[in-house]
Design a protein around this ligand. Structure first.
Ligand SMILES: NC(=O)c1ccc[n+]([C@@H]2O[C@H](COP(=O)([O-])OP(=O)(O)OC[C@H]3O[C@@H](n4cnc5c(N)ncnc54)[C@H](O)[C@@H]3O)[C@@H](O)[C@H]2O)c1
Length: 261
């Protein structure tokens, strides 16, 4: 018997940490409803999950749009009979200060990074309640605790995710729904690759940048998406039955010290 046999998991974001999590939960026996806006990534994930024999519904959806999230949840429930797990990994990462960020970009960051978590909760929790409980894991960031410069909108969304995680946990604990977040440091994914290439996409030596980013972490390297997926899988599993309303850092020690070399 695997950890997630008979469970149905909705994962937002079909690259990076979302992709690694979909793979990990599927390997654990879960049926996967994956929602992402990247068509090529969606097609690749669909082919991979289907060829592995996992139950999979991969849906092209903008998770900041209420009807699209409602329809994705409904389609998943119709296909697999219910919903037990939600992992919110989709996000955008705009650069800018409050002065240089326009209002459209600000609102997009809020609606994709935070609004999508509200939407999967709004439409997903009633389904989880029908199953007698479930687990939600939100992917936040160390930037929700201490932020870099020039990421005002992104960092604000990550702090909001910590708060929304606590609010959801408190409101739905007695329905058997556990809600936690994870806060990664630098992880080898497309978002980090974008950061490695620089704000203007001009710096080409991604591996050199990853090495530089890694050196800022006491453990001396950046993390892998599979390492984050493993923590998420634990929090989704019955082994984490007493964990709710909390954030779990996975940052190679980045936020443990001040100016550590
Ligand atoms: N990689 C890191 O260093 C790092 C560090 C801390 C936190 N995070 C967080 O991890 C999560 C996953 O990011 P990642 O690192 O895997 O990068 P990623 O770019 O691979 O993942 C983000 C995903 O969100 C999807 N997405 C964006 N807008 C969407 C929308 N409107 N609707 C549906 N999907 C949408 C993208 O297509 C992409 O698949 C994000 O929440 C990110 O903020 C990443």
């Amino acid at each position: 018997m695997k950890d997630f046999d008979g469970k149905v998991a909705l994962v937002t974001g079909t690259t990076g940490i979302g992709l690694a999590t979909a793979r990990r939960l599927a390997a654990g026996g879960a049926a996967i409803i994956a929602c992402g806006i990247d068509r090529a990534a969606n097609a690749a994930l669909k082919a991979e999950l289907e060829s592995s024999g996992a139950g999979a519904l991969v849906i092209g959806a903008d998770v900041s749009v209420p009807d699209q999230v409602r329809d994705a949840v409904a389609a998943g429930v119709e296909r697999f009979g219910g919903l037990d797990i939600v992992v919110n990994s989709a996000a955008v990462h705009p650069y800018g200060t409050a002065v240089s960020t326009d209002f459209e970009t600000w609102n997009k960051a809020m609606s994709v990074n935070v609004g999508s978590i509200y939407l999967t909760a709004h439409f997903g929790i009633p389904e989880m309640v029908r199953r007698g409980g479930g687990a939600i894991v939100n992917v936040a960031s160390v930037q929700g605790f201490a932020c870099q410069q020039n990421v005002a909108a992104y960092a604000t969304t990550k702090g909001a995710i910590h708060t929304l995680t606590r609010a959801l946990a408190l409101d739905h604990a007695r329905s058997g729904i556990r809600v936690n977040s994870v806060s990664p440091g630098s992880i080898r994914t497309p978002i980090l690759e974008k950061a490695a290439r620089g704000e203007n996409g001009t710096d080409a030596d991604v591996e050199a940048a990853y090495k530089r980013f890694g050196e800022a972490h006491p453990i001396g390297r950046i993390g892998e998406p599979e390492e984050v997926a493993e923590l998420i899988a634990f929090l989704c599993s019955s082994k984490a039955g007493f964990c709710t309303g909390a954030d779990y850092k996975i940052d190679g020690g980045l936020t443990a010290g001040i100016g550590v070399k």
